[in-house]
Write a protein that binds this ligand. Structure first.
Ligand SMILES: Cc1ncc(COP(=O)(O)O)c(C=O)c1O
Length: 398
């Protein structure tokens, strides 16, 4: 969790600035706030880092995905292609937008594959909600070809991939809109928070209004603002934005340290026969948050995880069984259990969710282990971690 590793006095200073003025609200109140605009400053840092023309900070990564879908015009009854490997928020965002998730295959990039998307397209497909998993970009050239050929809208859930680029372009900028998370577990944290980005002015205006009850944010009299569209309250507070702002300023350093430590461990593990690594279409654009490696099959991966537990080695995730990131654990979605009826209950699910056949995704996630890289490890600590893991893996596979 690199975001929390460096949490410290800079965050305290920015939060105290807000406490001094007492203006915790991100809009208006010009006199009270004495020139403090933390959410706006955080957005400026995001624009600078990603190169996005527009950025808008909101209350979470989940609400950023919702805003990204709404601003891209995805809603009631639209089929949206999604991956079976993601955080559950991706699927929830589609369902609560009134959309109908269609699960497609991922591959060794850990993201939707171009082929998987192509095979999932139906006459009703409106959009692809692409998730850049575990800190690196999907295979964008191939995916853009399928998206453009089929006239689909691309929205990017980059909740786990702030700091990742593909051929020099930030994730989140390939489609109509993109979303980042600043929750407690991310490369940058605001405690809770998220950011929406786009290069398109109208899409930005929709997201800006959508996330604040439809306000157009023109002028300095909130009570007299126009409401071009319907919206809801997805606002970030100035306190959270103050933390997010500092974390953005630190991001380059965090990425550099993570990449260095990841490289050290990867070199050590690469000598193990039968172990391979996640395929990255553009390794130069990696943000370094995870070292993702494959064993030969599910059985070997399970054995390695058991051995890690026996040897007291933490920090490794086995999403196939343990974590809430893979379709196998999503019974409530498969059964469409919700507190109130959703559009999908009216339209009907576009797939038989209880009997989905996604053999490639099952194979990939079954053999995958993801080590969370700590940016604050010294080179020596990273080497120690790599060596311990290597010995443990060799024992498990012996
Ligand atoms: C891919 C992805 N999308 C969306 C989210 C949701 O972000 P948040 O927890 O900030 O709502 C997450 C959080 O883990 C995520 O990993």
């Amino acid at each position: 969790m690199p975001g929390t590793e460096y949490f410290g006095k800079e965050e305290k200073k920015e939060v105290n600035d807000v406490m001094e003025t007492g203006c915790l609200f991100r809009f208006n109140h010009d006199e009270l706030r004495q020139g403090m605009w933390k959410a706006k400053e955080m957005e400026a840092e995001i624009r600078k880092f990603t190169g996005a023309k527009y950025a808008h900070a909101v209350s979470s990564g989940s609400t950023a995905v919702s805003a990204a879908l709404a601003a891209a015009g995805i809603g009631h009854g639209d089929e949206v292609i999604v991956p079976p490997f993601t955080y559950i928020a991706t699927i929830e965002a589609v369902l609560f937008a009134g959309g109908l998730p269609v699960f497609a295959e991922i591959d060794e990039t850990l993201c939707l594959s171009a082929e998987g998307i192509k095979n999932a397209i139906t006459p009703k497909t409106k959009a692809v909600l692409l998730v850049h998993m575990c800190g690196a970009a999907a295979d964008m050239d191939a995916i853009m070809e399928v998206v453009n050929e089929n006239n689909l809208t691309l929205v990017e859930d980059a909740g786990q991939a702030l700091g990742a680029f593909y051929k020099g372009k930030s994730v989140g900028l390939f489609g109509k809109s993109g979303a980042f998370s600043f929750d407690f577990f991310k490369i940058t944290t605001a405690g809770e928070g998220g950011v929406f980005i786009t290069d398109d002015e109208q899409t930005y205006k929709y997201a800006d209004s959508f996330s604040d009850h439809g306000h157009d944010h023109v002028g300095d009299n909130r009570g007299m603002e126009q409401h071009p569209v319907l919206g809801f309250n997805y606002r970030i507070s100035e306190l959270h934005a103050a933390v997010g702002l500092v974390q953005m300023r630190r991001l380059k350093m965090v990425i550099n340290n993570s990449l260095r430590n990841k490289d050290i461990i990867k070199n050590i593990l690469s000598t193990i026969e039968g172990l391979s690594f996640r395929y990255m279409p553009d390794p130069e654009g990696d943000s370094g948050t995870f070292l993702n490696f494959f064993l030969k099959n599910t059985e070997s991966a399970q054995k390695v995880m058991d051995q890690f537990a026996k040897d007291g080695i933490g920090g490794n995730n086995y999403w196939f069984t343990n974590m809430y990131h893979f379709l196998n654990q999503w019974d409530h979605i498969k059964e469409l259990r919700s507190a109130a009826p959703l559009a999908i209950h009216h339209f009907g699910a576009p797939q038989d969710y209880k009997n989905l056949k996604l053999p490639k995704s099952q194979e990939v996630i079954g053999k995958l282990i993801s080590l969370g890289i700590r940016a604050s490890w010294s080179e020596e600590e990273a080497r120690e971690m790599g060596e311990k893991m290597k010995q443990s893996i060799l024992k498990a596979l012996a």
